[in-house]
Design a binder for this molecule. Structure first.
Ligand SMILES: *[C@@H]1O[C@H](CO)[C@@H](O)[C@H](O)[C@H]1NC(C)=O
Ligand SMILES: *[C@@H]1O[C@H](CO)[C@@H](O)[C@H](O)[C@H]1NC(C)=O
Ligand SMILES: *[C@@H]1O[C@H](CO)[C@@H](O)[C@H](O)[C@H]1NC(C)=O
Ligand SMILES: *[C@@H]1O[C@H](CO)[C@@H](O)[C@H](O)[C@H]1NC(C)=O
Ligand SMILES: *[C@@H]1O[C@H](CO)[C@@H](O)[C@H](O)[C@H]1NC(C)=O
Length: 621
């Protein structure tokens, strides 16, 4: 059990033994994948037999290594499709398009072309990182008081649907960086939708827990309960209409969705059940592209999304608080966990002042969250032997819960990188699948606050995040790319709504501050706090792969001694995907024939990890 996977003498804190087993398996997987999959996408992805039947398949490792390129997605089939695009010479962005489309088919519970997301792309040739915001937008007919009569309608049903951005976002990214034909990137997803795909264990579990919602909606029933019974793990699921919609967008471009036949059918379906979406909404949808927001954390440079994402700012604020301790050991041990929880509570208090910067003046909150002097003041309010009631954290607005999502990381042979988080918000979004297009519709309106939404904490909702036409709701999604001295070091992000930020922050600390190896950094048990309710949740759960993730009784006691109310959670909170590049075994790519970049960019060994809490598996080129 001594620690090839634990870096720099980290040994006391080994919660994860599985990682030790996985390094060799990971190396094995590279060889196996390399041999079996050669150049073609199709064989192993489509004859699902090796995946969920015998449990010994190509995808059976949550960690892989490669010198050439990696894809780490929530579903091994989609990682493999992304890797196949890289093998054909595609840019990381080409692979991202194919991977996202695949996820929208085999994981349509969480993401798809009826949703939207955030994407950070870093180009290896320009070293520039850009932020692509294709988050869903409030329809033109939306208004601040639209949920006055029925607050539930914000979170579920036709009025919860915001204008989808997924196709537009993927297309904008592809226009800038894509090398392969747009159409070719759709082929694998179309095939999966039309010819069927096997229900994965995680999806199977989630379908069961959404039984009522599925049986209630004719569209969802048609896809997920075609014979009246919810499909089970191992069953084949078909979504032929989605295949046709994808085909139309493949052939005609995004206008098929935003100003053509797919959009028209979609709008008709939505309006038939009482929604307010119009063709004008679709025609008017725009993708927002800016430079990535760049912060310093633990001596690294982090490139992420600006608002309406709260991800980069949240990470910055917590890292600045740790920096204020002026002590490299500030993050360590049980005391480090206590300080993290306190920092998260302060961060969540500030976060609710954020919103869509195109509609609300959030400059104060943004500068606070980025400010070292603000962080220092907060750090001085954190006490090592105690926690406090919620009002100590001076929050003003009620907390909003968001959900979601799917995250993947891609790095290609040139070290272009993509970090992409995509979502339909809640599980199965609005609970509506448009029958004529096969598209699951998002319920992103639920991420806005509304004036009548006085939550259990009895606080008013945050005005910066009120509904307005064309506005985008506040988000927790945190796709990031980490560099140091212009070299790519890591790509990461997570899914799981409000739990994304705590999860990404903990994996970041595990890897960059506490010295855990990549797999352990992801698998290690996590704590969650969102200020309201004033409760720490800790993981004590068994992953899909059988690994047990447990916070120890000692750790729990340590927190209880400080007055925390501590509660176990037996289901995964958030899911994190991580890719790191290690230069200790730097590769001389020139010698291998592929002189790729004019910059003095080094090429290290890429390690890709998928979170064992969900059944994702990474793939290599
Ligand atoms: C409120 O909205 C929900 C979701 O659309 C719906 O199911 C429910 O019937 C509505 N309630 C009322 C009183 O209209
Ligand atoms: C279309 O969207 C833009 C912002 O994205 C907005 O300024 C404009 O008013 C919208 N068009 C209509 C007709 O509302
Ligand atoms: C936004 O608010 C800040 C302070 O709260 C103020 O200094 C600034 O002028 C405002 N910006 C705009 C565009 O109103
Ligand atoms: C925390 O420590 C301070 C002294 O540093 C002490 O005054 C206080 O009583 C302690 N609080 C608790 C809850 O132990
Ligand atoms: C975790 O759950 C197991 C049962 O599955 C229980 O025996 C153990 O005490 C729990 N540990 C903690 C710290 O809650």
């Amino acid at each position: 059990m001594d620690s090839p996977l634990l870096r720099r003498g980290e040994s006391a804190d080994k919660r994860c033994c599985r990682g030790l087993i996985f390094l060799p398996l990971g190396i094995l997987a590279i060889t196996v994948v390399g041999h079996i999959l050669g150049g073609s996408i199709n064989d192993s992805v489509f004859n699902g037999e090796n995946k969920y039947s015998d449990g010994i398949g190509t995808y059976n490792s949550e960690i892989v290594e490669s010198e050439k390129g990696v894809v780490a997605a929530d579903d091994g089939r989609c990682s493999e499709i992304g890797a196949s695009v890289l093998r054909k010479g595609g840019h990381a962005v080409d692979a991202a398009v194919a991977t996202a489309l695949c996820l929208g088919v085999v994981c349509s519970m969480w993401s798809g072309i009826g949703g939207g997301g955030f994407m950070v792309v870093r180009s290896a040739s320009t070293l520039q990182a850009i932020a692509i915001d294709f988050r869903e937008t409030a329809p033109l007919a939306a208004s601040q008081d639209m949920y006055e009569a029925n607050l539930t309608a914000k979170d579920i049903g036709p009025l919860s649907i915001a204008v989808p951005g997924e196709i537009a976002g993927l297309h904008e990214a592809w226009l800038r960086y894509g090398r392969l034909a747009w159409k070719s990137l759709f082929e694998p997803a179309i095939k999966l939708a039309k010819d069927g795909f096997v229900i994965s264990p995680y999806l199977g579990q989630s379908l069961v827990s959404s039984t009522e919602m599925i049986l209630h909606d004719p569209g969802l029933r048609q896809v997920f309960a075609p014979n009246g019974n919810i499909l089970q793990v191992g069953d084949t699921c078909y979504n032929v209409e989605l295949g046709k919609s994808l085909e139309a967008v493949a052939n005609q471009g995004p206008q098929a969705f935003y100003n053509g036949v797919v959009g028209e059918k979609l709008v008709k379906d939505v309006r038939a059940v009482g929604g307010i979406l119009t063709m004008e909404d679709l025609r008017n949808y725009t993708v927002e592209i800016t430079e990535a927001m760049t912060i310093e954390a633990m001596g690294y440079t982090v490139h992420g999304m600006p608002p309406p994402s709260s991800g980069t700012l949240g990470l910055a604020m917590v890292m600045n608080i740790f920096k204020s301790y002026n002590d490299p050991d500030a993050t360590k041990g049980n005391l480090g966990v206590h300080r993290l929880i306190e920092a998260l509570k302060h961060m969540y208090a500030e976060r609710m002042n954020l919103g869509d910067p195109r509609f609300a003046n959030i400059s104060n909150a943004v500068s606070n969250m980025l400010s070292l002097s603000f962080a220092k003041k907060i750090q001085e309010k954190i006490v090592d032997n105690t926690t406090f009631p919620s009002d100590y954290y001076q929050y003003r607005w009620s907390q909003l819960r968001d959900h979601g999502t799917s995250h993947f990381c891609i790095v290609d042979a040139e070290r272009n990188a993509v970090s992409l988080t995509t979502t339909v918000n809640g599980h199965l979004g609005a609970g509506i699948l448009s029958p004529s297009t096969g598209i699951v519709l998002n319920n992103e309106m639920g991420d806005f606050s509304t004036p009548t939404n006085i939550s259990p904490d009895k606080l008013p909702p945050a005005p910066t995040n009120f509904v307005q036409p064309n506005k985008r709701p506040l988000s927790s999604m945190t796709p990031i790319i980490v560099t140091k001295d212009d070299r790519l070091i890591a790509v990461m992000g997570g899914s799981g709504g409000m739990k994304i930020l705590p999860a990404v922050i903990q994996v970041f600390l595990n890897y960059f501050s506490l010295g855990f190896q990549p797999f352990s950094a992801v698998e290690r048990s996590r704590v969650y706090h969102q200020l309201i309710p004033n409760v720490v949740k800790y993981e004590n759960l068994t992953c899909i792969n059988g690994d047990h993730v447990e916070f120890s009784a000692k750790e729990k006691q340590f927190l209880e001694d400080r007055g925390h109310q501590v509660v176990a959670m037996d289901a995964a909170g958030a899911i994190v995907q991580l890719v790191v590049q290690n230069f200790e075994d730097a590769i001389d790519i020139g010698r291998k024939g592929g002189k790729i970049s004019n910059n003095q960019q080094d090429f290290g060994l890429l390690t890709a990890v998928c979170d064992p809490r969900k059944n994702g598996n990474p793939a290599v080129v």
